[in-house]
Structure formats: C-alpha cells, structure tokens
Design a protein around this ligand. Structure first.
Ligand code: SAM
Length: 324
C-alpha cells in the first residue's frame, strides 16, 4: 500500500474535452484533431471522483480546467459549479475566448474566480491565419465579457512565434495593461506540430523581455516556488501598472517544485508535459475503484514519479490532447 502524502498538494490540469475549435498552426495538424467518440471521454462524474481522491489522499492546491476547448463541452458550467463547491484554493479555466462573450457571466456565477484566455495576435488577418479560421473580434468580446463579469485576474496568454507575432508583443502587453489584464508570454514548446517548425518559430523570453523593456519599466517580482511564470511589475509611460509574465519552458524550465498532474479527457494521467507519458486511469475510474482505490493512488504516485528535472521534450503528443 502506498502511503498518502498531504504535505505538498497537487495542482491538477483537467482536460474536459480534446475537441478543438481553433487549429493553431503550432498546436494542431492542418486537418484538425481526430474527434474521439463521447464514450471515450471521461464523464464529469468520473473527473469529479478523481478530484475527490486527489484532494483526500494528496491534497489539491488547484484545479485548472482545459481542453481542447473546454467551452465546447456541454454542461461545462455545471461542472465548474461542482468543482467550485470543493473549495480548492485555486480554480481556473483556459479558453480561446471565442465563445466566452455569451458565457463569462454564467461561469463567474458558477463560482469560477479567474480565467486564462489565449490571445496570440491583435491583427485580424494574422489571428485568422494563425488559428486557421478564428475570429479575433470574438476573442476580444470574450475578454471584455470576462472583465465585465468580474473574473479576476483575466490572464492573456501569448505564445510568441518568430515572424508571426513577435513584432506585436508591445501592442499586446499595452492592450492587456490598459484593461487590467495580466499578460503572459509563453515560449514555444517543441510539442505537436511545433516540433517540426521549432527552429524557425521559437523566440526566447529574454528577447521578448528586451523588446518590452523598451516600452515599459519592468521590475521582477519574487519567483514563487513551483510556479511556471516569472512575473514582472510593468509600468508604462503614463504610470499605468500591471503584471507581465514569462513562461520560459525552454530557457528557464520550471520543473523544480512542479506538482502539476494532467488528466486528459480520455483518462490518461500525465506526470510531465515534456514526456507526455502516464497511466491510463479510465478503467480505474469506470470500475468504481475510485472512492478509496489504492490502485488509483498508486497510479497517481506512478505519474508523479515520471517527473524529471529539465531535459529535452520527448513527446509527439498534441497539446490539445495533453491539455493546454
Ligand atoms: N482551446 C483551444 C481551441 O480549441 O481553440 C486549443 C487549446 S491549446 C491546447 C491551448 C493553448 O496551449 C494555446 O493557446 C497555447 O497557449 C498553448 N500551446 C499549444 N501548443 C503550444 C506549444 N507548442 N508551445 C507553447 N504553448 C502551446
């Protein structure tokens, strides 16, 4: 029997669907992500029983709801409400924002405190091309609705790509700061389709920071152990302040202190994003072993043991499957 550990809680990324709405050039194959049948997806009850067991046996510091596009899964608002009732210290959701305009207030009322929205470009043409058909105006409407609804903070995630959007970083940061959003610039990871184009597209955080430094005064904030983002207090020429963060998976990996586990929509438990491996726990969740299941606890330990300190990305998995 594996002993449970309460001292260092788990931060859980929970993918509620692998269905994508946008098919970004670095994230999804050109013909989209193969759609799995509904029966292959974990039910919300199965996800919830996993949340319970992690909470009870390991401690749970955060539940982050992802996808695919989580807002495509029917019933996601009720699921958010159920998870919110678990009183986990931190609850968040990541979305492309396309459907958010109509649902932001409902999510807030369901108990979602904060939200992350992907925003890789402020140029309508670039956005449409980069996302293979997304409409920037819908995401911008989603951001406004999130702010109006009182979701806080609203974090804007920007994956920086050379010759695609790296010339936009100051504009996106300014857009975010003007609205009181946190803006986080992500280094591209060699995962999924990005692996083949990595050399051409990758931009290091240091380069982005240098460019932002020409427009903002950037003061580092203390690094939080186990957090992925290196945050700066940014101030512009008008004295407007805000948080700008850098998620530097390649040049400053945040493995140390990582207690993140990812549960895919089909029930694979992934211990390390760079490896994309982990046990399939769907059968365990489905056969009722979930409540006090020692096998499940052992599987969680197994996934945690897959963690590595640094080292290359070795997975060909898609972020849409792993949970972006
Ligand atoms: N919700 C989206 C949809 O269906 O339109 C797709 C989810 S995608 C997996 C979510 C986020 O993952 C992206 O916006 C990006 O921030 C991040 N992402 C995906 N691939 C990445 C890569 N290779 N490197 C860095 N970030 C990546």
């Amino acid at each position: 029997m594996v002993k449970s550990e309460q001292v260092w809680p788990i931060s859980l990324r929970l993918s509620v669907t692998d269905q994508c709405q946008l098919h970004c050039i670095y994230c999804a194959p050109p013909d989209g992500v193969e759609q799995l049948s509904f029966a292959e997806l974990l039910s919300f009850e199965e996800m919830l029983s996993f949340v319970w067991i992690v909470k009870r046996r390991f401690g749970l510091s955060k539940v982050h709801i992802t996808g695919g596009e989580p807002l495509l899964r029917p019933g996601v608002t009720d699921f958010v409400a159920t998870v919110a009732r678990e009183n986990v210290a931190d609850l968040a959701l990541t979305t492309n924002g396309q459907l958010l305009g109509a649902i932001a207030l409902e999510l807030k009322r369901a108990g979602l405190p904060r939200i992350n929205i992907s925003l890789d470009s402020l140029n309508h043409e670039t956005f449409r091309w980069l996302t293979r058909g997304g409409e920037l105006r819908h995401t911008l409407a989603g951001i406004e609705a999130a702010l109006q609804s009182g979701l806080s903070p609203v974090k804007l995630n920007v994956t920086v790509l050379r010759n695609v959007n790296n010339h936009e970083v100051v504009d996106i940061a300014r857009y975010g700061l003007e609205r009181g959003c946190e803006v986080r610039f992500l280094e591209l990871m060699p995962i999924g389709p990005a692996a083949d184009r990595f050399g051409d597209l990758f931009v290091a955080s240091a380069e982005v920071r240098a460019k932002l430094g020409e427009a903002f005064h950037l003061k580092p904030t203390p690094l939080m152990y186990g957090k992925s983002s290196m945050n700066y207090l940014a101030r512009d020429a008008h004295g407007r302040k805000g948080i700008i963060g850098f998620i530097s998976s390649q040049t400053a990996p945040f493995c140390c202190g990582c207690r993140r586990l990812r549960l895919t929509a089909t029930g694979q438990l992934i211990g390390c994003l760079a490896r994309g491996e982990g046990p399939d726990i769907r059968p365990l969740l489905r056969d009722g072993d979930s409540c006090d299941g020692e096998t499940l606890v052992e599987a969680i330990h197994g996934a945690l043991c897959l963690k590595r300190n640094g080292g290359p990305f070795r997975t060909r998995e898609l972020m849409a499957r792993v949970g972006g």
